[in-house]
Structure formats: structure tokens, C-alpha cells
Design a protein around this ligand. Structure first.
Ligand code: FMN
Length: 352
């Protein structure tokens, strides 16, 4: 059976699948534009989005501001009327400026996690940009929706729940991940109830998208059965022809075994899920000296004296010629993937 389209305010998402934002340089205009063109929601990662610009090393913020416009326009050129937005992590240095820039270029949506985007409503005020927080617990959903209701008399346009099987940073404690996996379905049901309550208060529907370890149509149907309107998926989109990462990065996905999927510590102060390689082995025993700061994280999230490595440096390495010395984030199901595909084939497989 075909998946049901979802309304997000005045936007109509034809296929209720969001392609999750992937930084640095994994989800840019090509991937996001093609996902949107095929009826899903394409999300460009804002994380050091201008890394390919010649001015980046000298002026990263300026390069990023420039790239937001270029990447959005390029994605929209591919997408036509499809929905394209940005993922901006709350922990980003100058988060507010990034949000404002995305609104200025006309972003359809902004999805924000890695912290609670408490001030997001005031940053998008009087714009058409839809906003969604990423939450991992009922508690976080309640705190955020209560604060937005009180302070801004508004609610979320949609909500992403990110579970403990996701790739990238995880909103769970390092030692609690296995326990959280067992309890996640219960948590989803509770968050669905919170969203329903706020939807009723604001006379709207707050569609929920589940993210983390969603691999096939059975998984999607499972989360629809729990009350979600759709899913957010990232790992499976990496092995599409259109994904913006280099082929060497995609090959690491194709060759990953189950044992090679590891939980690592990140300078952001959250655990992360990644593919084991020389880099992940190195950081188990020593700190990787920080050569240069490209101002990615706000100062309260990054203490250069104590962090085990520089997250920008290691994410940049992973999309360079030498991915084995970099941080390759991936979801728990990456080991199931063994062939390349295209966005259109993948979305057809998941949505028909
Ligand atoms: C390579 C990679 C990079 C990611 N980068 C980000 C990011 O910059 N910001 C963010 O909020 N989530 C990030 N994520 C999380 C995804 O957007 C998504 O929610 C999650 O991976 C979903 O789980 P799945 O990969 O099992 O489908 C990343 C995930 C991957 C695999």
C-alpha cells in the first residue's frame, strides 16, 4: 500500500519520508534536491556547509553564509516544487545567524537538534519557514512544547523523534544506549500523546517522524502503527548515486560489518554512532591534537583543552581522500547495506 502524504501547514509532503541532515558535506543540494524532487523532504546539513569554498579555511563563517544560499538554490533547481530545508544543530557557533540566513534564503523548513531549540520560534518569526525540533524523550518534547506555547504562543510544525539507533550524535547517555533501545517504542507512544495534546491546544496537527535505524518498509509501518506520520532516514540515503559524499565514503558504508558499528565519544558532549576505522581506534587511547579552530561549536560546547579531537577536522577528513582517518557517522543498520542505489529507486522501494 502506498504511504499517505502528510500536510505540514500549507506544505504537502507527498512521501512521508524526511532525508535526515548529514554533515559535513554528506547531505547538500544534490541529495536534498533529488529527494525533494521525488516527493520526500530533502534536508541540507548546515554543518560547515561552505567547506568546499576557497575562502573556508580563512573565513569559515563567511563561506558558510554564502554556501547556504548557493546550496539552497541548487537544491530548489533540482526539486521543483518539492520541499527542501536545513538541519541546524543547536550546538553550532552563531546558531542564530545560521537560522536567520536559512530563513532569508527562503528555506521551506528548519529542523534543529543536538540540544533544545528553545529560541527557534523568534528566529523564524514572520516567515513561511516551518520549524521542527528533534527530541529523544517525552521529557524533552514536553519542555520544548511547553516553552514555545508559553513564550511564543505557538507550537511545532512537525516533530522528529530521534531514537538510539540513529547515526551521528545521539541524545542518550553513553552507558544507557542499549537500555534506551528496548524502551524506545514506549517513549514514542508517550511523545505522540504530547504532540496530540499540543495539536489540540493550537487547533492543528503536529505530524511526527521517527528517526534512527529505520531500514525498510516494515520498519516504516511499525512507526506508523505507533502513531507517527512518517520517518526520517539518513543512513540508507548515503549509498545513493546522488548523495553528496565522495565514493570512498560510500564504500565504507558498503563494506561495514555489524561488529564495526561503534558508539564513540564526541567533543559535542554526546555519544555518536560511527563506523570503526583508524580514527575510532586512535581516540580510544589518545587525544588527537587540535591544529586549527574553524569555529563550529559554541564555546560552551567545546573546550579545546579537553576535547578528544576536533569534530570539524575529523568530519572533513572523512569526506576527503582519506576517510579511514576521519569520523564516518552511520546508523545501526549500515551493515545491511551492500549495494548502491538511486534516490528514486530507494523511495520507490520504501513508499509503494
Ligand atoms: C553521516 C551522518 C551525518 C549526520 N549528521 C547530522 C547532522 O549534521 N545533524 C543532525 O541533526 N543529525 C545528523 N545525523 C542524524 C541523521 O539526520 C538522522 O536523524 C539519523 O541518522 C537517522 O538514523 P538512520 O541513519 O539510522 O536512518 C547524521 C547521520 C549520519 C548517518
Amino acid at each position: 500500500m502506498k504511504l499517505t502524504p502528510v500536510k505540514i501547514g500549507d506544505l504537502a509532503l507527498q512521501i512521508p519520508i524526511i532525508q535526515g541532515g548529514m554533515g559535513i558535506g554528506v547531505s547538500l543540494s544534490r541529495l536534498a534536491g533529488n529527494v525533494a524532487k521525488e516527493g520526500g523532504m530533502g534536508i541540507i546539513s548546515c554543518a560547515q556547509i561552505g567547506f568546499n569554498d576557497p575562502i573556508f579555511e580563512r573565513a569559515p563563517f563567511k563561506a558558510n553564509m554564502k554556501a547556504i544560499k548557493e546550496q539552497y538554490q541548487a537544491a530548489k533547481d533540482i526539486a521543483g516544487t518539492g520541499i527542501v530545508g536545513f538541519n541546524i544543530m543547536c550546538a553550532t557557533y552563531k546558531y542564530e545567524k545560521y537560522v536567520q540566513r536559512c530563513v532569508e534564503v527562503g528555506a521551506d523548513v528548519i529542523i534543529s537538534g543536538a540540544g533544545l531549540p528553545i529560541h527557534l520560534p523568534e528566529l523564524v518569526a514572520n516567515s513561511k519557514t516551518k520549524i521542527a525540533p528533534i527530541v529523544s524523550s517525552e521529557k524533552a518534547a514536553k519542555v520544548l512544547l511547553r516553552t514555545w506555547a508559553k513564550r511564543y504562543q505557538r507550537t511545532a510544525d512537525f516533530l522528529v523523534i530521534e531514537g538510539p539507533e540513529a547515526g551521528g550524535h545521539l541524545g542518550f547517555k553513553y552507558d544507557n544506549i542499549h537500555e534506551a533501545i528496548k524502551k524506545m517504542d514506549q517513549e514514542v507512544i508517550k511523545i505522540v500523546a504530547v504532540a496530540k495534546e499540543y495539536g489540540e491546544k493550537f487547533n492543528c496537527q503536529i505530524p511526527i517522524f521517527f528517526a534512527g535505524g529505520v531500514y525498510d518498509r516494515n520498519d516504516i509501518d511499525h512507526y506508523l502503527g505507533l502513531g507517527c506520520a512518517g520517518v526520517q532516514m539518513a543512513t540508507r540515503f548515503v549509498v545513493t548515486e546522488e548523495c553528496d559524499a565522495p565514493i570512498s565514503y560510500k564504500e565504507r558504508y558498503l563494506h561495514a560489518t555489524k561488529d564495526a558499528v561503534k558508539i564513540i565519544k564526541s567533543p559535542v558532549g554526546m555519544p555518536g554512532r560511527a563506523i570503526e576505522n583508524e580514527f575510532t581506534q586512535t581516540i580510544t587511547s589518545k587525544q588527537i591534537p587540535i591544529k586549527k579552530c574553524r569555529s563550529c561549536l559554541s564555546h560552551d560546547h567545546c573546550d579545546r583543552k579537553t576535547i578528544p579531537y576536533c569534530i570539524t577536522e575529523m568530519l572533513l577528513q572523512s569526506v576527503s581522500d582519506n576517510p579511514d582517518n576521519g569520523l564516518i557517522f552511520a546508523g545501526s543498520n549500515v551493515f545491511k547495506i551492500n549495494e548502491m542505489t538511486t534516490v528514486s529507486r530507494l523511495l520507490a522501494e520504501l513508499s509503494q
